[in-house]
Structure formats: C-alpha cells, structure tokens
Write a new protein. Structure first.
Lengths: 143, 199
C-alpha cells in the first residue's frame, strides 16, 4: 500500500472513527512511516483551533424561530392514505393514459376505413386497366 | 433529550400531535441552523431554511420508519435544502428557493436576521484575534472545498456525526466518506499552509 492509500484511514483516525482492525493496521504503518505520522500531526495542528462553529445567537432568537415553525406547521390528517388523497395523482395519471390510449385507438380505426376503401378502389382500377388486354385476347381467340 | 423520550415525542408527532413536535424542534433547531449557516453563510437564509427543514420534516414524519436515527434523517432534509439553495444561488434565484411556501413573518424578516449576523463570531471583528482569527482562516479554507468534501467535513467536524451517519444521509459508501474527508483535510492543510506558521 502506498502512503496515499492510507489517507482515508488517517483522516478517520483524526476523529477516532476507524474499526479496531483498521486502527491496528494503521498503527503498524505509522510506526514505520514518518511522512504519514507527519501528515497526521499536521492535520491535528491545523484543526486544533477549529473548535465548534456554533453561531452565538441570543436565546430569544431560538424562541422566536421555534414559535414561527410551530405556527407554520400545516394541518396533517391523521387518516389513512384514502383520506389524505394521495391516490388522486396516480389515478388521475392512469386516467390520462387510458384516455390517450383510447384516443389513439379510435383515431387509427377511423383512418383504417378510408384506406380499406381506397385499396378496394385501387384493386378495381387495376382490373379495369387490364380489360383492354383481356378483350384483345378474346378477339384473337375468336379469329 | 433522552433517546427513549425522543422516541416518544417522535411517535406522538408521527400520529399528528403538533405539540409533540415542539420538543423535537427545541432539541435540533440549533444543530440544523448551525449546519445551514455553515453551508450558506447567510443568517437570514439559514433561519428561513431551518424553518423549512422542520416544516418539511413535520410533513414527512409519517413516512419516517426509524431505519436511521432521527438526527440523520433530519440532516438529510437539511442537506437537500442547502443543496437546493446552492443550485438556485448559481442561477441567482436563491432568495426565491423554498421547499414549501414560506410566509414573510416578522420573525423571518430583516431585524432578526441582523441580530443573528451580529451575533455570529465571523461577523464580529473584535473577536477575530488569536484563536478566533485561526478559526476564521480555517472557515475560509473550508469554504474553498468542493461541495461534497465541505459537507462531509462540516458534518463530521462541527456537527459530530459519525462516518456511518454521514454515509447514510448522503447516500454514499462509508469508504467514500473517508476519502472525501481525507481530501478535505489535505486541501485545508495546504490552504492553511501559507498562512499558518505551525504548518
């Protein structure tokens, strides 16, 4: 393992967050690695003045903030999902999907009718265009 | 607040008892405000977002199944609120970000915000000597970190959340939290290196 790969364990060590096994392994590494020992020490020095970062706020601020939160809490029904109406959105969405599907189907059925009629007409026209050939064949047979 | 006592308040609040939510607000409002303040550096916004976080928590409480600690769950809401604020800030609309519709009340408007700003140690020049000045340097170094590293450092260092809790609320592996923490510490050390004789 390189020193870089010990980094996350070193960082966790600062806060005492390593497991017993990790702590043992890190301790062995630190005993033999001066750069990692120096790194750990430099972090400790850098963080020493950090202390806590609590905002120094007047007690009345918290009282006012809490009062504001409590005043703004929305009504929450104690009923089940049926009462709260959470089913409305999915049911509405499903309704839209069904309606859209039905609309598409209806549209395609309407489009089918003229196409079918056109096909019949085209087939008839095709036969008509061959009538003169058939007539010519009949005449040849008669001769 | 004792763990068992807290559980009782949470359960009652889950059932819809608004009065039971009061002690929960009292127990956590400072932590949530401090975290948001550390992320936003805007007292008015921190106050507003803190209120929004608790209102959102109240609304979502029936869905809280107790799989994580209540504090972790609450910080998850706070984290999402600050991230949302950060996204809106980028496009210059931070003042309009809201998880619900906050009413402009006397408590959330100007005078109170000024009171908070004045009370904050970062804003008081007379306190910025010795340790306070070093704290300020550290604070500035933290603010230069990438968002994820800043969040991890703040939650671990200032809010004293365990790495497991941070991993849970950020939805990442514990190993990733350690890696973020390592990069954060290393960047801060380098950043402070130029201004601290100790390093």
């Amino acid at each position: 393992m390189t020193c870089e790969s010990w980094g996350p364990l070193l960082a966790a060590e600062i806060y005492g967050d390593n497991s017993a096994a990790d702590q043992r392994a890190l301790k062995e590494h630190l005993a033999a690695c001066a750069p990692c020992r120096a790194q750990l020490e430099s972090w400790r020095i850098a963080l020493a003045p950090a202390g806590s970062r609590q905002a120094q706020v007047d007690e009345s601020f918290w009282i006012r903030q809490k009062a504001s939160i409590m005043a703004r809490l929305p009504e929450r029904s104690s009923g089940g999902w049926l009462v709260r109406g959470r089913w409305l959105a999915p049911v509405f969405a499903m309704g839209l999907v069904v309606m859209a599907g039905w609309g598409l189907h209806w549209h395609s059925v309407r489009r089918d009718l003229p196409i079918a009629q056109n096909m019949d007409m085209l087939q008839n026209m095709d036969m008509l265009s061959h009538l003169d050939v058939l007539e010519a064949m009949d005449q040849t047979e008669e001769q | 607040m004792e763990q068992e006592e807290e559980q009782r308040w949470i359960e009652r609040a889950r059932q819809g008892e608004a009065d039971a939510f009061g002690p929960i607000v009292t127990a956590y409002q400072r932590k949530v405000f401090n975290f948001i303040m550390g992320m936003t550096h805007d007292p008015t916004m921190a106050d507003e977002l803190t209120q929004e976080v608790f209102i959102k928590a109240w609304t979502a409480l029936p869905r809280f199944r107790g799989e994580s600690q209540f504090q972790t769950w609450l910080f998850q809401i706070a984290l999402n609120a600050t991230r949302s604020w950060g996204r809106w800030k980028k496009i210059g609309l931070a003042r309009f970000v809201s998880l619900s519709e906050p009413a402009e009340t006397e408590e959330t408007s100007g005078p109170q915000a000024l009171q908070v700003a004045d009370a904050h140690p970062d804003a008081d020049p007379s306190r910025q000597t010795g340790t306070a000045a070093l704290q300020e340097q550290l604070s500035r170094a933290m603010d230069q970190l990438p968002l994820r590293e800043k969040e991890v450092f703040h939650l671990r260092h200032y809010e004293d959340l365990s790495l497991k809790e941070i991993a849970q609320l950020m939805g990442i592996a514990e190993g990733s939290v350690k890696a973020h923490l390592f990069h954060a510490l290393e960047k801060m050390r380098k950043s402070l290196g130029g201004s601290s004789n100790d390093l």
